[in-house]
Design a protein around this ligand. Structure first.
Ligand code: F0G
Length: 403
């Protein structure tokens, strides 16, 4: 049993309504009748994590469109912890989802909902990962997917996925924020397609399972902090909702402080948190090597600001140089390959430890949202080139042992 509810005016909508935001313009949340939800604790404590392990807390009644999303590893990262100067650090690697990003958690629910509602075509604007994920779930469901990308600004691996899985890929002359305005009009006003950006509250329901899994994988402990990159600001909101729901159901008794990281070139949420503002001021020309979060006007800002504040969390910026260093540290100290945006979580942790905002004895989970192979061009830019040598023992010996 669930319905949609506006976070601003409280207006309720039925689960059969095709609606993305409230009449008042407010964002919608999926609200369950928590008293009627019965969790089988024995199953919860023994079954391997995956999105659909938690189906009692997901708003889908039919067989879902699924390709085994979720159940991503939570690595204990002692070498990285030592470098940063913290006692207990975990990295939840969402790059290990089917398309290599956390978006699959949202799309398995979002596309399943599209099918339940009888929608014929699904659409999104994207900095890349959402489009890859929509393409693959559209393919699995057998319905067309339309994706709007900012021209020339999407990492190669993501475009490759959207193309190969058969989405209709449209490159917009404009940035992500422009593409999102456009797709919202196409879906909400023109009613041409079903909108699967994270303003659709069903997507966030899938993504909240990251929170469930962290608790599950820590042996039903709640970490002190969860740190993650913030772009359109859906994921930070979703994960916090997951932690809150586990508390509401009596499975846990606390929530972590939520920490959102943005880049110095694209910081609307950080600006609002630091200035105490109720809403963001859009950043007009966001720029960063972390193209996934090159977003100036995050649609879920009002939800995200609440999640960060209510949890006593914070938000911080990192520079492109800092996130590239963190990307290399993750790769070379822990064997975790992530795309640039994902590394902001670790770069942010380092900055907040160095400035004393986060204590060295806190238990911290950093979320790495997308896989290294999403953005191979950035890797080539920031790493040394391969060394070309003659095909002889001597040449290799000389090259390896010369310095
Ligand atoms: N990390 C990665 C790798 C992303 O692709 C995104 C968002 C985020 C973090 C930020 O998550 O938007 O929920 O705050 N990518 C979207 C896309 C915008 O189109 O793929 P958020």
């Amino acid at each position: 049993m669930y319905h949609l509810e506006c976070i601003e005016c409280g207006k309720k909508y039925q689960k059969t309504d095709i609606v993305y935001t409230c009449e008042c313009g407010g964002l919608l949340d999926v609200i369950y009748d928590y008293l009627s939800i019965k969790i089988d604790m024995e199953r919860l404590k023994t079954e391997t994590p995956s999105v659909w392990k938690y189906r009692e807390l997901l708003p889908i009644e039919q067989e879902p469109v699924s390709i085994n999303e979720g159940g991503t590893p939570l690595y204990k990262c002692d070498r990285l912890a030592e470098k940063i100067g913290i006692k207990e650090l975990y990295v939840k690697h969402e790059g290990m989802n089917p398309t290599g990003s956390f978006k699959d958690r949202g799309m398995t629910v979002g596309v399943s909902k599209a099918i339940e509602l009888g929608m014929k075509t699904v659409a999104c604007a994207s900095t890349g990962n959402t489009s890859a994920s929509l393409a693959i779930y559209g393919a699995k469901a057998g319905i067309p997917a339309i994706v709007l990308l900012p021209e020339g600004k999407v990492a190669l691996g993501k475009v490759a996925q959207a193309l190969m899985h058969g989405a209709k890929v449209l490159s917009i002359r404009g940035n992500f924020d422009d593409a999102l305005v456009l797709v919202r009009k196409l879906c909400d006003e023109e009613k041409l397609f079903y909108l699967l950006n994270s303003i659709n509250p069903y997507r966030l329901e899938g993504q909240k399972t990251i929170g469930f899994e962290i608790v599950d994988q820590l042996g039903f402990r709640v970490p002190d902090r969860v740190i993650l990159p913030v772009g359109n600001a859906g994921n930070v909101t979703a994960i916090y909702k997951g932690f809150k729901e586990f508390m509401k159901l009596g499975i846990t008794d606390s929530v972590p402080k939520m920490v959102g990281i943005q880049t110095a070139g694209s910081p609307p949420i950080v600006n609002a948190i630091k200035s105490g503002a109720d809403d963001i001021t859009p950043v007009l020309n966001p720029e960063t090597v972390a193209t996934a979060i090159r977003i100036g006007n995050p649609v879920n800002a009002r939800k995200a600001l609440r999640a960060i504040r209510e949890s006593n969390g914070t938000a911080e910026t990192v520079t492109d140089e800092e996130l590239i260093q963190a990307q290399k540290d993750l790769a070379q100290l822990e064997g975790i390959g992530v795309e640039p945006a994902s590394a902001t979580s670790v770069a942010g942790l380092k900055k907040l430890i160095d400035t004393g905002v986060i204590g060295r004895d806190e238990i911290v989970v950093c979320i790495t949202t997308g896989h290294l192979l999403k953005d191979p061009e950035e890797v080539i830019d920031v790493c040394a080139e391969p060394i070309v040598v003659d095909a002889t023992i001597e040449a290799i010996r000389e090259s390896v042992f010369s310095d």
